[in-house]
Design a binder for this molecule. Sequence first.
Ligand SMILES: [Zn+2]
Length: 401
Amino acid sequence: MQRCDVLGSISEEPDRLTRPFASDSMRRANERVASWMREAGMDVRTDNIGNLRGRYEGAPGGPATLLLGSHLDSVRNAGKYDGPLGVLVAIAAVQALRDRDVELPFAIEVVGFADEEGLRYGTTYLGSKALVGAFEAGDLDRTDATEMTMAEAVKAFGGDPHRIAEDRWSGGGLLGYCEVHIEQGPVLEARGLPLAVVSAIAGQSRFQLTFTGEAAHAGTTPMDHRKDALVAASVFVQAVEKFAESHERLVATVGQLTVQPGAANVVPGEVRLSLDVRHADDAERIRAVQRLLDIAGEIAKDRSIALTTTRISENASVQCSPRLTSLLAQGAQDAGHPAIQLASGAGHDAVVMAGLTDIAMLFVRCKGGISHNPAESVTEADVAVAIDVLSRFLELLAAGR
Ligand SMILES: [Zn+2]
């Protein structure tokens, strides 16, 4: 908890926590985490993209490696736990084994990922993408708010932008990747439980819808002569809520809405809005998206309004490894806590890591389900349970369960 406080004070801004990719604050955070990794017996290096990688050797002859970790960058005005908690719990679990002289038949590499939130360059998962070999070199030309390219930022941070491909995992066989993270939702608090094992990370569809009616004079156009795009859009927004409420585990959101021409005395002629749909089951999500687009079409037709829809992005869900997940659940049970299974609605480095190896995740209860906010809060007792469970998970894995 003290370490979370220390990292929480390492920021690019004086009065709030903002730690972007490859920034000076990121360097200071990495230095602190590196010292804690060394204390726990790890060899530490920073790769070209800026991931901090601490390696803890296992028994000689055990060639496989288990990856643990999370991200050390943050959003603007962040909380202290989203990301760093997963790195620090991993270090503490390794330390706990070392303190008890437990020798593992495999090595552990704890990774503090350089960028998960995408604050500086608007593109997420830079760190984990480099580790799995999915980094796109074209991203190096992106510029930040000060017009500095990503290539320049990587160089200033100490990496070689032309050698990011070498960050790709090359250390031999992998047993998997396990990430501890705050829940970022209210379920655990409501159930009175400290943690959950993650079953899957939800897939996500994002669309843009444009309702086009007819801009007209707000004073002279009678109500029965209007083609009001905003009224149509608002009926749709309500339909989205109703639809998602009546489908279990589905979440759907309209988060952006622009109204044209956007004047008090003009009937709205055009409304553009975003639609974000998520579900742990891809087939359910795709069915839901189709139905919601149909509903939008029906609303538009009823009101003689034109509708266009554009797919912005589509990401499949990622299933966690049943074997690793059951070991985590066993670890929780051994620690005296029932482990419910939860699907993650948010994306995590684990999504990218699934392209390299089996993944598992452990969620820790957070106060009010709040994240991406300075009010983010976890209890010391819950964090202690998470460290216990992760240590126990390592021992179970070592025992070949
Ligand atoms: Zn996070």
